[in-house]
Design a protein around this ligand. Structure first.
Ligand code: ADP
Ligand code: MG
Length: 249
């Protein structure tokens, strides 16, 4: 299974054309404190991501992958350094502005889907649009269009419990992309899926990446990581490796 990742990145690759930098992290530190205990979860992490990259993030359990994702996306606070998303230092923005910037620029996909169980699929997908101020009719139209795009055009009125895990994750992806974000963060999106469902979810994410989405995805699975254009490895709160991946066909 590790075979794909053991190939060295191509050394004679042409330099990539200049692309807009969507993310820049500089010396980011994160310390979790509980009582007298301190955990240095991020120990001064730098990262640049250009528009259109698909960055796979791997590393042992507890190494700081989820923390990196939450801190770099502005879901969580940081204890040092700074993070620029599309040029704006997100942790220095007032809360309301950070939330607005995040809703406009970013979408999120989690291992446990995090769908609202009493809502239908359409209601789940349109909720963030409504919260962002989209008018009801437009939010409904966009939610239905996005569900159709992820192959769930026949499941508008189903509730999450009436769907398979793979279908639930497709709803979550539709929810993440319905607002047309430039960046999607995914934390082990295939972690709760069998390999067939994982494959179809990754086909979908790869298609969205090919349509121009910047994707930053945490995974334990080498075959999932191999879909990326770049692989970073996190260990003990640091990025210890950062390599370009060969294109897979
Ligand atoms: P990963 O996603 O790579 O498994 P995490 O980013 O979740 O790792 O965790 C990194 C480190 O921070 C671990 O040592 C973990 O125990 C610790 N940690 C994570 N979240 C918290 C928290 N809310 N409070 C205290 N420690 C935490
Ligand atoms: Mg994690």
């Amino acid at each position: 299974m590790a075979v794909v990742l053991e190939q060295p990145a191509s050394l004679d690759a042409q330099p990539a054309p200049p692309a807009t930098r969507v993310l820049r992290a500089e010396g980011v530190r994160k310390v979790y404190r509980s009582g007298a205990d301190e955990v240095d979860a991020l120990r001064g992490v730098d990262l640049d991501v250009r528009a259109g990259e698909f960055v796979a993030v791997m590393g042992p359990s507890g190494s700081g992958k989820t923390t990196l994702l939450n801190c770099f996306s502005g879901l969580d606070s940081i204890d040092g350094g700074r993070v620029l998303i599309e040029g704006r230092s997100i942790h220095e923005l007032p809360d309301a502005e950070r939330t607005k910037h995040r809703a406009a620029a970013m979408g999120f996909v989690f291992q446990a889907f995090n769908l609202i169980l009493v809502f239908t699929t359409v209601e789940n997908v349109e909720l963030p649009l409504l919260l962002a101020g989209t008018k009801e009719a437009e939010a409904r139209r966009r939610a239905e269009e996005t569900l159709a795009r992820v192959g769930l055009g026949h499941r508008f009125r189903h509730r999450p419990t009436e769907l398979s895990g793979g279908e639930q994750q497709r709803v979550a992806i539709a929810r993440a992309v319905a607002g047309r974000p430039r960046i999607v963060w995914a934390d082990e999106p295939t972690g709760n899926l069998d390999s067939e469902m994982a494959g179809s979810v990754m086909d979908l994410l790869s298609e969205l990446h090919e349509e121009g989405l910047t994707l930053i995805l945490v995974t334990h699975d080498n075959t999932v990581a191999a879909r990326g254009t770049r692989l970073i490895t996190v260990r003990d709160g640091r990025i210890v490796e950062d390599v370009a991946l060969p294109a897979t066909v």
